[in-house]
Each structure stands twice: as C-alpha cells, then as structure tokens.
Design a protein around this ligand. Sequence first.
Ligand code: GDD
Ligand code: MN
Length: 362
Amino acid sequence: MVPTYREASNLRALAKRVAAAMAGSGWTWELILVDDDSADGSIEITNELAGRLPVRMEVRRGVPRDLSAAVLEGIGLARFDRIVVMDADLSHPPERIPDLLCALDGGADMVVGSRYAPGGEIDQGWSAWRHLNSRLATLLARPLVACKDPLAGFFALDRNTLPDLGRLYPIGYKIGLELMVRGRLRVAEVPIAFSDRVLGTSKLNWRQQFNYLRHVHRLYLFRYGRVARVASFLGVGASGFVIDVAFYLGLQGLGIEHRLARFLSFWPAVTWNWRLNRALTFAERPWRPRARQWAQFVGSSLLGLGLNVGTYTALTSFVAFFGRNRLLALICGVAVGSIANYLVANGWVYGRRRTASAGRLR
Ligand code: GDD
Ligand code: MN
C-alpha cells in the first residue's frame, strides 16, 4: 500500500514498476493507494490504471491530512496477509518488493528496506545537512529498536503478527517505527538504494520534524516506562530552572529589586514546567482543565519547595555532619523536594490512566 498526497506525476511510473517487479514473482498482488484528497488528477489516473492493473485508490475526506493514519487505513483495506508499505515518489525501488517478501518468509515480523544496513545506499544528491539530519534522527530512535534504519518508510509486514492497530498512537511520519516499537516486532533488514524523488515535492517540513521529537518521546515512555518518565520530569525541571534564572536575572536587569525578581521568576518557570509535563512527561494521561491543573501543579511545586528548604534546614540544624557539609544538605533537600514533586504530579496533578480508552493520546 502507498500513502499519497499530490503524487499524480508519479502514479503511472509507480504502478508500472510495481507491476513489472511482481510479474513472475509468483505473488498475487494489489496496489492500494490511500490518498488525502489531493485533487490533482490522481483519481483519474488511478481509474485509468485500474483498467489494466490491480490498482485502487481510497480517498480520505473530511479528516485531517495524516500520513500515518493513511498507512493504517491502507493496512486495514488490504485483502492479503502480506503487506508492503512504500512511498509513491519512487524513492523506494519497487524492484526490491519480492526481496522484502522473501525475507518476511524467513521468520521476521517486519522487513525494512534499509538505507543504513550494510550494502544500503543513499542518493548522491543528498546534502551534508540532510545526511546529518537523517543520521541524528535515526540515532535518537536506535535505543528503541534493533534496526539500523528505524525511520524507513519502506517495509513489509504480516497482518497476523501486527499489534492491535487501535492501540497505536503515531504522530507524524514514522508509522513504521510506531509499529516496530509498540508491536514489539522482530525486524529484519534488506539493504536498498534510496533515490531522491524526481517529480513532485516532499511533504516533510519543520512541523513534521517537531512531531517526530514528540513521537520519539512517547515511544521512550512506552519502552522504558517509569525510568523514562522520571528522566523526562527531571529534564523538564532542569529546563524550568534555566527559565527561572533567566527571568531572575532579566527582571533585575530591568531594575527590579532582587527579592521581588526572585518571587516573580517563579511563575513563568512553574508554568513552563506544568505545560511541558502536560505535553511530554504525562502526554498519555487523561485531559484535565488547564486552569485547575495549573493551580494543582503550583501547589505541588510549593510543597516540593517547602520540603526542599525544610530538609536543608533540619539537616543543617540537627545533624552535625551536614552542618559541616551544607552543600550535601542542599542536594538532599533538592532530592527530597523533587521526589515529592514527582509523586504528587504523577498521582494527582496529571492523574492516573483509568481505562485504556481514557488514555487515548491527543
Ligand atoms: N495520504 C497521505 N497523507 N500521504 C502522504 C501525506 C499525507 O498527509 N504526506 C506524505 N504522504 C505520502 C507522499 O505522497 C509519499 O508517497 C510518502 O507519503 C512520503 O512522503 P514524502 O513527502 O516523499 O516524504 P519524505 O521523502 O520526506 O519522507 C519519506 O522518506 C523518509 C526517509 O528519508 C518517508 O517515507 C519517511 O517515512 C522516511 O523516513
Ligand atoms: Mn520522498
């Protein structure tokens, strides 16, 4: 199946090369295009192709344009058990489809047409910037799966080993990664030569790259559970500390007295933390009204602060050792305050997931 958006200029060559690759392979096949209402003549071209080849197009209307959703829809529409997903722009060589299917028979749950497996290649035309970008994005996903090219859009699957598609929460382009990680699929790789698109334009933009970061973050939470959640909470806390200091210094730069600056800088920092934890650390938790949740978060932060300073004061006042090593007392205070803050955020502010459907991601 092939997700398409404004690919009219590529459809004829795609169908022709897929047909040529499948002829004589021994496989019965069908090409399913799932199009996001391109309105560029794609439907007419598909109808013309359908006169001589097993090609059909499903047009998604009245829903937001979404590559991952289109792929899932295509998987649902397929009438055979083996499904190959690839791009329409001929970046993925259709000639390799039989190789992917063979490898699938070798016992893997998913076979990736891989740019980064030994023997894989990338178009000479890639700029250094694009190489770096692709490498970094790949590196970020490497701890999630045993696959050298986890972001590939060219892969083969067997319907019978797929996870429940209703329990996938992809955002952005990387539906393959989502399937590998949440489906805990055993992945094999077939090296391919990836060529740049010749016709039409890429739909990958900054927004998609940002979505990719959110997506990877979610998958870390899924894969590494509490460890990833705590790490995320600490990371957000550290970023909030930077905001706090920036406002504290900035406000004084504007002539505000240092104690007032200290009091004021707390609010942007705590708001930042609340918002990021809502979007990242506890992304899959049920939706809560913002104002109330913000106030609860402020409460839990104040509790954390109280315990932090309280611990410091108690240790330095009553334990001789900490009286001599105040920096250690400060560290203990920060640890106690942070743990309390996390527990209250986890158990109360961001609530717990009660049912599977309540945990549906936005
Ligand atoms: N239905 C639908 N809806 N299809 C879409 C949409 C959409 O919103 N956006 C893109 N597509 C289709 C395109 O028509 C194309 O067939 C395929 O998805 C990939 O889109 P491109 O715009 O060509 O993306 P890319 O080349 O930048 O990214 C591809 O290559 C990457 C590797 O470099 C994708 O396959 C990525 O998943 C892959 O990582
Ligand atoms: Mn492309």
